[in-house]
Design a protein around this ligand. Sequence first.
Ligand code: ATP
Length: 365
Amino acid sequence: MAQIIIKNVRKEFGDFTAVKESSFTIEDGEFFMLLGPSGCGKTTTLRMIAGLELPTSGEIYLDGEEISQRPPSQRDIAFVFQMFALYPHMNVYKNLSYPLVSQGMARAAVRAKVDEVAQILGIENILKKPVGGLSGGDRQRVALGRAIVRDPKAFMMDEPLGALDAEFRERMAEELRALHDRMGATTVYVTHDQLEAMQMGDKIVVMNNAVVEQFGTPQEIYDKPATMFVADFIGSPSMNFLPFEGAVAEGAQTVDLTGNSLSVPRQKQGASGKLVFGVRPEHVSLSDSGNYRGEVLASEYLGTTQIITLDTANGELKARVPASQTATVGETVGLSFQGDVVTLFDAATGRALRSELNEGIVAHG
Ligand code: ATP
């Protein structure tokens, strides 16, 4: 059982800063995702939790105890590597028992533990096989087993499914999540795949350029993005950004977008200048009426829905509408937006303006 607190953690490599002051809490038993594009600092963050890197400043707590400067061996945290480091010449049983034998555990206890873990992972029937000849999925299970046998307080996983093909990846993701639900061990999981993070995570930290942009549940991150980066990174197609110049008063429930008054959640913060109207494609609908209009540029059929690309006075916009709706390229249609889930951003800072929708959402950085 483990709660992990990251407090103002920073990591420098020479004069390069890989992680700027980051703070978030991983609650006991959570499946916690570190999400962001390549090079944003997520692996470095994970390695600092495991003790494979030491923070330049800041603190890390495991169950209330500060562990920031402790070596990995004194943290009781298991690290599952992407390139699962198994011993290819040994059989599965030996691979699983090795960490326990090297700890000096008695033979009978080792056997009992390996049997228990093999059962959890459903690999009892391959214990005698050499790992060299195993399928990717079984290797993955053995690698996990290697981490599980030690009964660590928490698991760190760095893109553990990264090397697998798409179909297999999905199956292993489900298996991993089910395994986590059975075991309930705190798991921190690095991925650059927003869909994987949304599907598997209890909580997500979104990182960009060494900074934590937002941290929350998948729903919070999706519905109430704290920054334009988060809004853009999560969701496919991503949120539409319609830039406009104007002003919005505190308490306002509409905004003027090139002469059209559009509904927005009641604003808790006034702003003026270069602003951005952010709306997800599924919150845009096409109608015959409506003053805000767009010309249909293209449509992409997706089975039950279609993505319509339109040209508007504020730039290009995508709408996700039922596949049955007709939209002809070249025609001009009315557009309406679901106002209660619109987010306004300050174009200069990229931050969401505070409103009734995103109240309480914490933007970091
Ligand atoms: P990826 O998915 O590509 O691994 P990431 O978000 O996990 O990306 P990190 O591996 O944490 O990113 O790396 C963040 C930045 O820190 C990168 O620019 C990387 O080159 C740099 N970095 C990481 N480790 C070191 C190191 N030991 N020395 C110098 N720079 C490093």
